[in-house]
Design a protein around this ligand. Structure first.
Ligand SMILES: [Zn+2]
Ligand SMILES: [Zn+2]
Length: 424
């Protein structure tokens, strides 16, 4: 039985239609170019991972690893989830395939779909796409700066302006526990005044109290102890090194003591790149930081690492607003238009022309007039028209759509002629 309503896309996901896809392609190409320019290699990990990897690597207390996690219906003994972010999978692959035995750090990047069951809103989707860049296996803060630089270079290459880099350090397992105690001691007497999520965070994930966006909790932030005043010697030195390198390179940044990560495994540097034109809580284009604690969390040895993730949806949205205008090329530059059912012959013309220029063939049963109207909408640069007589003589009428000029061209001359026209 047919459905009573036409079936549409699921809630919170979106189609990238061809015109917009051309913009995505520019963003992807630039991401590859910039990452490779810094010596990063592309890796592709599955969108499905074992639940344990994400629960332990992302943290069940976080939205991404908890209530927003897409769990697959269990088949067999494995519990599987859709990845909410790429880092845990990339780190898993780094160990599983022995990159930890190679030169360090392993410089890796990946692009792809991530999934979170969250409330859909402008610029936020349940399936979203990220560029993810990771330097795994070295603790030097210079790699923190390298990641920041790649992120900024990529967004800059896409024509984005008005970017703001925010920076913080959240310490490590040596200094953070004592800081968290101070933070909890500060917030404990205020518990009843906090919004319900924050009351819970006070028990489960107190650091997240700092990045609460609720007005109800805002008045208490300014008085809260700052982690950057509570760093151990090593963390303080690393933070100073990051700032000195950014200063030397001329990158402006804003210190934000309330910038923490929702994910548990982050240590030391955290950063975020915000776009001033994007409003409210949805103004982040991407962010990242050091996550020296992740590898041990998922069952491998202690391994320092740093990385960032940036969202394609928002980057592409900002490109459309302030980047250069992107006019996608027509799908085909040549359209072969047979007058009548000359499928074999039209296919052969298409095959020849396609050796030099993207070429589509109109196989429809429409009249020649209707086919020419369709050609006008498709917008190829040329149409190659042929009737039975021309097919017999192995020629086409090549018509330039814009200029209107038309001439007879032999099939075998077509590839070279098109190529010369295109490059000339
Ligand atoms: Zn709150
Ligand atoms: Zn420390």
């Amino acid at each position: 039985m047919p459905p009573s309503q036409p079936i549409k896309a699921a809630r919170g996901v979106r189609d990238v239609m061809p015109t917009e896809r051309a913009v995505w392609e520019i963003a992807e190409t630039a991401a590859r170019e910039v990452a490779r320019a810094y010596g990063y290699q592309e890796i592709q990990t599955p969108q499905i991972e074992l639940a344990a990897l994400i629960e332990r690597g992302v943290g069940q207390d976080t939205d991404a690893g908890g209530k927003e996690l897409y769990r697959l219906v269990k088949r067999g003994s494995e519990e599987l989830v859709l990845r909410p972010e790429a880092t845990a999978g990339v780190v898993r692959a780094y160990f599983q395939h022995g990159l930890n035995q190679g030169p360090q750090p392993a410089r890796l990047f990946t692009m792809g779909a991530m999934f979170r069951y969250n409330a859909p809103q402008l610029g936020r989707y349940r399936q979203f796409h990220q560029l993810d860049v990771e330097a795994i296996g070295d603790a030097s803060p210079a790699y923190d700066v390298e990641c920041i630089e790649i992120a900024l270079r990529w967004m800059g290459a896409l024509g984005l302006r008005g970017l703001r880099l925010e920076l913080n350090s959240i310490g490590d397992r040596k200094c953070r526990p004592a800081y968290i105690d101070k933070l909890v001691a500060y917030y404990r007497p205020l518990k009843d005044k906090l919004h319900p999520d924050c009351q819970r965070r006070l028990e489960t994930n107190p650091l997240r109290l700092l990045d609460c966006k609720e007005e109800q909790c805002a008045p208490f932030k300014a008085g809260a102890p700052r982690i950057t005043d509570n760093l151990c010697e090593e963390c303080a030195a690393a933070f100073a090194a990051v700032k000195a390198m950014l200063d030397a390179a001329g990158f402006e940044y804003v210190l934000n003591p309330y910038l923490v990560r929702g994910l548990d495994y982050y240590t030391r540097t955290v950063f975020e790149i915000l776009h001033e034109a994007l409003g409210g809580a949805q103004n982040s284009l991407g962010g990242g930081g050091r996550y020296d604690g992740l590898a041990a969390e998922i069952g491998y040895g202690d391994t320092p690492a740093v990385g960032f993730a940036a969202g394609f949806e928002r980057v592409v949205m900002m490109m459309a607003e302030e980047g250069e205008e992107v006019i996608p090329p027509p799908a085909a530059l040549v359209l072969v238009v047979p007058d009548g059912p000359l499928f074999k012959e039209a296919a052969e013309v298409g095959r020849l022309a396609r050796t030099t220029v993207p070429t589509a063939v109109d196989y429809s049963s429409r009249s020649l007039k209707a086919k020419m109207r369709a050609a006008n909408r498709l917008g190829p640069r040329w149409v190659a028209i042929l009737n039975a007589d021309e097919a017999e003589r192995r020629v086409v009428q090549l018509k330039e759509m814009a200029g209107g000029g038309q001439r007879e061209v032999g099939w075998d001359e077509l590839p070279a002629l098109l190529e010369a026209e295109l490059t000339g």
